[in-house]
Design a protein. Structure first.
Length: 72
């Protein structure tokens, strides 16, 4: 109606890496999506939960991409 892309319900209905539990189940839900950016968000949460911080954003995304390639 307004010329925009519309709502991507498939994407919006997927578990969010920002809020899934930091458990094996939460990990599996994000890994199953096959999205490196979403896996990177989850990995950042794990790192921060452990009291550390991510200093290299590009390396985090590379790590997530590599994991998805090796596990897929």
């Amino acid at each position: 109606a307004y010329g925009g892309p519309g709502i991507d319900t498939e994407y919006l209905c997927q578990p969010s890496p920002d809020v899934v539990p930091l458990t094996q189940v939460g990990f599996a839900e994000i890994a199953a999506q096959g999205s490196a950016p979403r896996m990177a968000v989850f990995a950042r949460r794990v790192v921060e939960h452990l009291g550390a911080e991510v200093n290299n954003e590009a390396a985090l995304v590379d790590f997530a991409e590599q994991y998805l390639v090796e596990s897929g």
